[in-house]
Design a protein. Structure first.
Ligand code: ADP
Ligand code: ZN
Length: 596
């Protein structure tokens, strides 16, 4: 046999080059070493065990916690002409029997198994009768009791080493702090593993954060560059996901809601459509995401603030898994902060937990209000460093200017003080602007010395001052008083004018992520017709085979076709993502589209 990793990469997977450390990881497995592979989502972990599984004698065993992901991978492998199957509880006994028969016959290159199935004596004895090439443990952080995805079944995986001696094991995960990393090695009993840590960064994701002024209008503007793109919009409440989805449909978008309160069938159907269709928007609570492996999600929007940097990074990480440009865009305002604190206060978690979560929320807020590159502090938070500013975030593309906010801060803190620390930002801004509202008259606030002293600045600036005072710790939003702003131990010095403050000016105008925005990079007007035809060709194969469009070809592959206009089979094979099997299955039709 003269196949090499490189040959499989180009001929079967259709990719010209290995990415990052893939080659070294594969080489380690081929020598029989255990390894731990840490790569961000979309980094290309699966190839790392799939290629050794195909090159070594025997069947590659992949332990995977999520049935949906298993099915996805097996479908995608089938499209590449690789013999793969899974064993899990979604199958009938007959289906399982047939998989086991194929396994015994040595027909399977890869077998995906859920961890609980592996714990049964039956599966174990079945597996001990066949040669195994490699054992891959996907989502290996599930073995860690410190993480939030702990799964009890993973604890038994430590026995794999003694059950299948001589078979290299590869633990792969996208999330692992130092502590979790050690725990994975220990609990899985990996033998002197090679450890590969890819950079945490997702350079193709453009980050942008804006103050929430008119969220629907802001969203529409953002979506201008994402017509026909698949995306996820996160909202805090179930009700809001539904109203935003309905409203988006009225605006001519294809959008569906997703939250834990929907009937299971509706939820499953909406998720299925999101995966299968080409340009659908899902409007969801955080209940949506686990197990979403769609590579061509072009944007993730947060219409409400997530609860921590961790959540933010995980949720935005669902964008751009295919490595193509994607946007992570968020709007947030004071109301979000008040609401999240309120939820935290009202939850029945312990005090330690609440304090901890409060600190995490503060870190996120501070990040939102930061000036300069956004990626740098984001990565620093996770212990990764960036040498240069990224050039692909709003902070880099449209640097926020700062202004001397010392006087403004004094005025706002005075207003807090004069109104006895009993009101939220909205009312305080009305007082500063000198508005004659009912509430102001009712409380006699129009008679205060601070009434109207802020008329020189717009309401949006006052809201921004309030947020930044909170971030700087000179004001606190008191959840016990329904979000009333209260003074802190450092407020006095600011009131006296002893603490000079420079605040960030909220950038006006459109979001600054357009430069590398997916749409712009891609299709010129004169190419639109061909692009649509390529997509239609892909969709018809997808419908015919009952698989998501991206299983046929990724966007990236279609873009290359568009740019290089291959006219022959050989030229088509040169396109990244086109291997021999896909050429045989789809080549003719795509070539006829390309020849026009
Ligand atoms: P994850 O690390 O999240 O498991 P995957 O293994 O699903 O990532 O890979 C993400 C995407 O990148 C897949 O669509 C995969 O086909 C693609 N990919 C992986 N390796 C390469 C490569 N060397 N060149 C081009 N694309 C690749
Ligand atoms: Zn940047």
């Amino acid at each position: 046999m003269n196949a090499t990793p490189k040959k499989l990469l180009t001929e079967v997977f259709g990719y010209p080059e290995f990415r990052g450390e893939q080659q070294a990881i594969i080489a380690a497995a081929l020598t029989g070493s255990d390894s731990l592979v840490l790569m961000p989502t979309g980094g290309g972990k699966s190839l790392c065990y799939q290629i050794p599984a195909m090159l070594r004698e025997g069947t590659g065993l992949v332990i995977s916690p999520l049935i949906a992901l298993m099915q996805d991978q097996v479908t995608a492998l089938g499209e590449l002409g690789i013999e793969a199957a899974f064993l899990n509880s979604s199958q009938s006994p007959d289906e399982r029997q047939s998989v086991m028969a194929r396994l015994r016959e040595g027909e399977l290159q890869l077998l995906y198994v859920a961890p609980e199935r592996l714990a049964t004596g039956h599966t174990r004895s079945l597996l001990s009768d066949v040669p195994l090439s490699i054992i891959a443990i996907d989502e290996a952080h599930c073995v860690s009791q410190w993480g939030h995805d702990f799964r009890h079944d993973y604890l038994t995986l430590g026995e794999l080493g003694s059950l299948f001696p001589g078979v290299p094991r590869m633990a792969v995960t996208a999330t692992a702090t130092d502590r979790t990393r050690k725990e994975i090695v220990a609990r899985l009993e990996l033998a002197d593993p090679d450890i590969f840590v890819a950079p945490f960064d997702r350079p193709n994701i453009a980050y942008a954060v804006q103050a929430k002024t008119d969220p629907k209008r802001q969203l529409l503007k953002f979506l201008q560059v994402h017509r026909n793109d698949a995306g996820i919009i996160y909202c805090l409440s179930r009700k809001k996901t539904e109203s935003i989805a309905t409203w988006l449909c009225q605006q001519g978008f294809d959008a569906l809601p997703y939250h834990a309160g929907l009937a299971t069938e509706v939820r499953q159907e909406n998720q299925r459509r999101f995966l299968a269709e080409d340009g659908l928007i899902i409007v969801a609570t955080i209940a949506f995401g686990m197990g979403i492996d769609k590579p061509d999600v072009r944007f993730v929007v947060h219409l409400d603030l997530p609860k921590s940097m961790e959540s933010y990074y995980q949720e935005t990480g669902r964008a751009g898994r295919d490595g193509e440009a994607a946007d992570a865009w968020m709007v947030y305002g004071m109301q979000d902060v008040v609401r999240l604190r309120q939820m935290l206060t009202e939850s029945d978690a312990g005090d330690d937990f609440k304090r901890h979560e409060g600190v995490k929320l503060d870190a996120l807020l501070g990040w939102c209000e930061g000036t300069g590159c956004r990626r740098r502090p984001l990565l620093e938070y996770f212990g990764d460093a960036l040498i240069e500013d990224c050039g692909n975030c709003d902070g880099c593309l449209a640097p926020a200017s700062t202004w001397d906010a010392t006087e403004a801060a004094r005025k706002l803190l005075s207003a807090v003080y004069r109104t006895e620390q009993r009101f939220g930002a909205a009312h305080l801004v009305d007082v500063l602007l000198g508005k004659e509202t009912d509430k102001i008259r009712q409380h006699g606030h129009d008679r205060l010395s601070v009434f109207g002293i802020g008329a020189g600045l717009p309401a949006s600036t006052w809201r921004s001052v309030a947020r930044q005072l909170i971030v700087a710790g000179h004001l606190r939003s008191d959840a016990e008083r329904f979000g009333a702003l209260v003074l802190t131990s450092t407020s006095r010095a600011v009131l006296r004018g002893d603490t000079p403050l420079r605040f960030r000016e909220d950038p006006k105008g459109p979001v600054a992520t357009a430069r590398r925005s997916a749409r712009e990079q891609v299709v010129a007007v004169e190419d639109q017709e061909l692009w649509d035809a390529l997509r239609a060709c892909r969709q018809s194969f997808a419908n015919e085979n009952d698989v998501p469009a991206y299983v046929i070809f990724h966007d990236k592959t279609l873009h290359e076709m568009l740019n290089h206009r291959p006219q022959t089979e050989a030229e088509l094979l040169d396109i990244s993502g086109v291997g021999q099997t896909k050429l045989d299955r789809y080549g003719e039709e795509f070539l006829s589209v390309l020849r026009g």
